[in-house]
Design a protein. Structure first.
Length: 68
């Protein structure tokens, strides 16, 4: 399984002093969604499978760079 960066928008649950990361999107999904916006525009929405793949490639690279 790929590193997903954890939750994109974690919520601190003060009542139990922990981060609530149940449900919601991962940071990897968020990064991919941000890349997707530009990739769709550049490719005029054509070749959806390639655009989706490239979006996650960008997200994976962003997570790698973030870990440096």
């Amino acid at each position: 399984m790929k590193e997903n960066g954890g939750p994109a928008f974690p919520q601190n649950d003060a009542s139990v002093n922990r981060i609530n990361n149940l449900d919601g999107m991962t940071l990897r999904d968020y990064f991919a969604g941000q890349a997707l916006i530009t990739l769709i525009d550049i490719n005029n929405g054509e070749n959806e499978a390639l655009i989706a793949h490239l979006s996650y490639c960008y997200a994976d690279e962003m997570l790698k760079q973030r870990a440096l």
